[in-house]
Unconditional design. Structure first.
Length: 108
């Protein structure tokens, strides 16, 4: 567990940043869904942004789920094991991609 302390902190940092970002997106979405500006040009921009915000929101929630899953694996002691072959995932890979579930061999 101690060898993953840094990764644990990194995951928590990422989660906090992501939650802030999702909050901003949620605020933005509420604004786009609210009464549209009377200005028609503004309206067009707001309508154009809505799908982008939706996509950002969806990918953000996926990422959040990945981070939470990694934290669960950390507390359960399964972290760092490839879900495909069961081998240890190299620590360098985990540092680069803390949410990785598989070793590089199984990913490709
Ligand atoms: Zn593997």
């Amino acid at each position: 567990m101690s060898e993953f302390r840094e990764i644990h902190n990194e995951l928590k940092r990422r989660r906090a940043a992501l939650e802030r970002r999702l909050q901003l997106i949620a605020d933005d979405m509420r604004r786009t869904q609210g009464p549209l500006d009377a200005d028609s040009e503004e309206q067009a921009i707001e309508l154009e942004n809505a799908p982008v915000l939706d996509a950002l929101d969806a990918s953000g929630h996926d990422e959040l789920a990945e981070i939470n899953a990694a934290l669960v694996r950390l507390s359960g002691g399964e972290f760092g094991e490839c879900s495909e072959c069961g081998e240890d995932i190299p620590i360098d890979r985990l540092h680069a991609m803390p949410t990785a579930r598989t070793c590089a061999t199984c990913t490709t």
